[in-house]
Design a binder for this molecule. Structure first.
Ligand SMILES: O=C(O)CCC(=O)C(=O)O
Length: 279
C-alpha cells in the first residue's frame, strides 16, 4: 500500500511505534451507557466461558445493531482521529468486550494480524487497527495495556516463543510462562476512561493482571483503515468471515465493511509472522 500519511505526531507515532492515543473521545453520557450495558453482558457469561477466557477476562462479541455500540463504532471524535492519522477509507469489522474481574490474571503477549503470508504485512501502513477504549481509568495495578513499541514491523526473539493468539494454546498457557512475563522493552499504556488507543494489529501487546477489587473493562473495535486499498484476497477473506449485515442501522452504512462482491479466492487465515516481519 503506498499511501502518504499526514505528519501529525500521532500519525508518526502510529507508523513508528505501532500505536497512538487520543484523549477524551467518549463523552460522559456514552461512557455511562457503555458501563451499564457491558456490566449486564458480563453478568451473563457462563462459568465455562469465564474459565476459558480467564486471561482476557471475557471475550464477548458485541452486537453492532445495539444502539450503544452503534454510537461507539461511529463515535465522531474517533472518526476525526482516524482522519488525523491518515486513514483513507476506515471500515469497521468487529468488536469485543474484554472485562477483567477483580484479581484477574495478566493477558498473554500476542499480536492479532491474520494474513502474514500476504506482502502487505510488511508495509508501513497498517492493514488493520484496533481502537481500544477502557471504561475505567487504568494503571499497572488494575491491568492496563502494555505493549512493545516497534514490534509491528520488527521481529524480536519473543515472536518465536508465542503460540498463535487466542487459541487453546494461549487459553491454557501457564500464567508464569514467558508469554505472560515482563519484557525489558515493554511500555505501559495507562489511560483515562473514554480515551482511545489506536494500534496496529501486528503490534505485540498484553495487559497486566488486575490486582484491585474493581472490575476493569475494555472494548476493542477492529477497523480496516484503508479498506479500498486492501489486496482482493484479503477483502474476500474479510467478506467470508463477516456476519450478514442487511439490517444494519443507517448511521452504520458508511462505516461497515461492505459485502465482498468480487471473484478473488479468500486468503488463508495465518496468524504466524513469517518472511514479511523483518529482523
Ligand atoms: O485487555 C486489554 O487491555 C487488551 C485486550 C487484548 O488485546 C485482547 O484481548 O486481544
Amino acid at each position: 500500500m503506498t499511501i502518504s500519511s499526514p505528519s501529525t505526531p500521532e500519525a508518526r507515532q502510529l507508523r513508528s511505534a505501532g500505536y497512538c492515543l487520543f484523549p477524551g473521545v467518549l463523552d460522559r453520557r456514552l461512557l455511562a451507557d457503555l458501563i451499564q450495558v457491558t456490566e449486564e453482558l458480563v453478568s451473563r457469561v457462563s462459568p465455562e466461558d469465564r474459565e476459558r477466557y480467564r486471561y482476557q477476562g471475557s471475550n464477548i462479541a458485541i452486537d453492532d445493531r445495539h444502539p450503544v455500540f452503534t454510537r461507539l463504532i461511529t463515535c465522531p471524535k474517533t472518526l476525526d482521529a482516524f482522519t488525523q492519522v491518515g486513514f483513507t477509507d476506515p471500515k469497521y469489522w468487529s468488536g469485543y468486550l474484554l472485562s477483567k474481574a477483580p484479581h484477574a490474571p495478566s493477558l498473554y503477549w500476542h499480536q492479532d494480524w491474520w494474513a502474514w503470508h500476504i506482502p502487505c504485512s510488511a508495509d508501513e501502513e497498517p492493514s488493520q487497527v484496533f481502537a481500544m477504549y477502557y471504561l475505567t481509568d487504568t494503571r499497572r495495578e488494575n491491568g492496563c495495556l502494555r505493549l512493545i513499541p516497534g514490534t509491528h514491523r520488527k521481529r524480536i526473539p519473543l515472536h518465536d516463543e508465542l503460540p498463535p493468539a487466542h487459541t487453546d494454546e494461549t487459553y491454557h498457557s501457564d500464567e508464569h510462562s514467558i508469554i505472560h512475563g515482563l519484557h525489558p522493552d515493554e511500555v505501559d499504556v495507562p489511560v483515562k476512561a473514554g480515551d482511545v488507543v489506536i494500534g496496529d494489529a501486528r503490534l505485540l501487546h498484553a495487559a497486566h493482571a488486575n490486582q484491585t477489587d474493581e472490575r476493569r473493562s475494555c472494548l476493542t473495535l477492529w477497523y480496516f483503515p484503508h479498506y479500498a486499498s486492501l489486496p482482493e484476497t484479503i477483502k474476500a477473506a474479510i467478506g467470508k468471515m463477516s456476519p450478514p449485515r442487511e439490517n444494519a442501522p443507517s448511521i452504520m452504512r458508511d462505516i461497515l465493511v461492505p459485502p465482498y462482491t468480487g471473484t478473488a479466492e479468500p486468503c488463508q487465515f495465518n496468524r504466524v509472522p513469517e518472511e514479511y516481519l523483518a529482523r
